[in-house]
Design a protein around this ligand. Sequence first.
Ligand SMILES: Nc1ncnc2c1ncn2[C@@H]1O[C@H](COP(=O)(O)OP(=O)(O)OP(=O)(O)O)[C@@H](O)[C@H]1O
Ligand SMILES: [Mg+2]
Length: 284
Amino acid sequence: MYFAGVDIGSTMTKVVLMDTTDRILSAIKGPTGPEHRQLANEVMRMALEQANLQLDDISYIVATGYGRVNVPFADDQITELSCHARGVSSLFPNVRTAIDIGGQDAKCMKIEKGKLVDFVMNDKCAAGTGRFLEVTAATLGISLEDMGDISLKSAKKIQVSNLCTIFAQQEVVALLSRGEKLEDIIAGLHDALASRVAALVRRLKVEPDVVLTGGVAKNIGMVKAMKENLGCELLVPEEPLLTGAIGAAMLAKEIHIKAKAEGETISTKPRLLEKATFFTEKIT
Ligand SMILES: Nc1ncnc2c1ncn2[C@@H]1O[C@H](COP(=O)(O)OP(=O)(O)OP(=O)(O)O)[C@@H](O)[C@H]1O
Ligand SMILES: [Mg+2]
């Protein structure tokens, strides 16, 4: 038996296929864009290909994330928070505090025995999310992926006062024209973003183990800044974008196995994939 988790995030879409032993058979991610439905089909098609499976082989499929209602072949939709809590707990069983910084929101979850018990979220303002770094990287003319390494060279942290993404761009340009070093400016930006997320996290009692997930956790400069602002050790999964989809696949397995054990017939959606007509090359 196989199970699938589909996480349609505001910026990246992720699919994970898993077997009954929780082994990940394939994991695919691609930029979300406007066509959620088509992209869900295309990312699922590539995940099945990678695992050498057909959609019919998948016993149960759970969709999550901002666009979870747009997955036509999903048997169920479960909130990101529950899926992240389940996914993070499977990777770090002693997790009590999970912080997810995604493309357009940041969320902090309190977890007990693998279950979500409380949460806080910022989905109102891009200043506390990946979007802030994406826009700033473009302003600085550097790639998002390089921001972390560059910032580690910094010897002087610059205070970036503007937390509004738009005004921060003007401030960054002013700092550059004042001759401030790129690495110092980026380290300052990381600190500004981390202090904002840390303020959100502190609204819940921060208890170890503390795990950082979401695409922004791929930025080592941000991981460092979050540790400094929270004043605690942080655990980061190897693939921090996948925890939502991993959790969704695990919940799919649990729902299916529980229904079987109780002799319930479980309804599933038609196992049909629709043809997508655009930009598959950006999917990895
Ligand atoms: N290699 C990288 N280095 C730095 N940042 C990255 C990298 N890869 C992705 N990101 C950031 O992570 C974001 C995507 O992360 P993630 O998939 O967790 O977000 P999402 O689930 O789409 O968003 P949300 O949860 O807010 O709806 C991108 O928008 C980008 O800002
Ligand atoms: Mg997300």
